[in-house]
Design a protein around this ligand. Structure first.
Ligand SMILES: [Zn+2]
Length: 179
C-alpha cells in the first residue's frame, strides 16, 4: 500500500465544519500530544483510515493523569468499535498513560460528513470512492476519476458500501455510502 499518500490531519482538501471544530479541539496544548498518539489507531475495516480521518475520535480530556477519550461509532452496533477502543487504550498505555477511559457517545449520530479531507483522499487512493454530498448524482471512479460509472450492487464488500464499475477504465470499485 505504498501508494497511500502520507496525509496528516492538517490536509485541507475541503475540510467540513465538523473537521474544523475537531481541529480546534486538537489544537489545545494540553492534549495535542494525545491526539497525535491516537493517529496510530486505524479503522479495522479500512486500515488506511485513522479514527481521526473517520471522525470517530471526538474529544480528549486529560485530568490529573487520567485520560478520557470520547468516540462516536460509525454505524450503530459496528463491531469494529470494540477493537478501536482496545487499540486506543493500548496506544495510550504504551505512552505511559495508565488510566484511560474510552467513552462512547451516540448523539449526535456519526455522519459520513465527518470524514476528514485527508480521509476522503486516502479512501480514494485505496480504491474506495469516498461518500459524496447527498445532492451529487455522480460517483467518480477512484482510479481514473471518470464520472461515467454504474451501480452493480447496492451492497459491496460490507453493508456500508455499494459496488460500482467504471465504464471508462472498467475498474470495479466500492463506494462508501452516505449515512
Ligand atoms: Zn475508471
Amino acid at each position: 500500500m505504498s501508494l497511500i499518500p502520507l496525509l496528516d490531519h492538517t490536509f485541507d482538501g475541503h475540510a467540513s465544519e465538523d473537521e474544523l471544530l475537531r481541529r480546534e479541539r486538537r489544537g489545545k496544548a494540553q492534549t495535542a500530544a494525545l491526539w497525535d498518539l491516537l493517529d496510530q489507531v486505524c479503522d479495522p475495516e479500512i486500515p488506511v483510515l485513522t479514527i481521526w480521518d473517520l471522525g470517530v475520535l471526538r474529544d480528549i480530556d486529560l485530568d490529573q493523569g487520567q485520560v478520557k477519550v470520547t468516540i462516536t461509532p460509525t454505524y450503530s452496533g459496528c463491531p469494529a468499535m470494540t477493537t478501536i477502543a482496545d487499540d486506543i487504550r493500548a496506544v495510550l498505555q504504551r505512552a505511559g498513560y495508565a488510566q484511560v477511559q474510552v467513552e462512547l457517545t451516540l448523539a449526535p449520530a456519526w455522519s459520513t460528513d465527518w470524514i476528514s479531507a485527508s480521509g476522503r483522499e486516502k479512501m480514494r487512493v485505496y480504491g474506495i470512492a469516498p461518500p459524496q454530498p447527498r445532492q451529487a448524482a455522480e460517483i467518480a471512479c477512484p482510479r481514473c476519476g471518470s464520472a461515467d460509472t454504474r451501480l452493480i450492487s447496492e451492497f459491496g464488500s460490507t453493508a456500508c458500501k455499494a459496488h460500482y464499475q467504471c465504464n471508462q477504465c472498467l475498474e470495479p470499485f466500492d463506494y462508501f455510502k452516505c449515512h
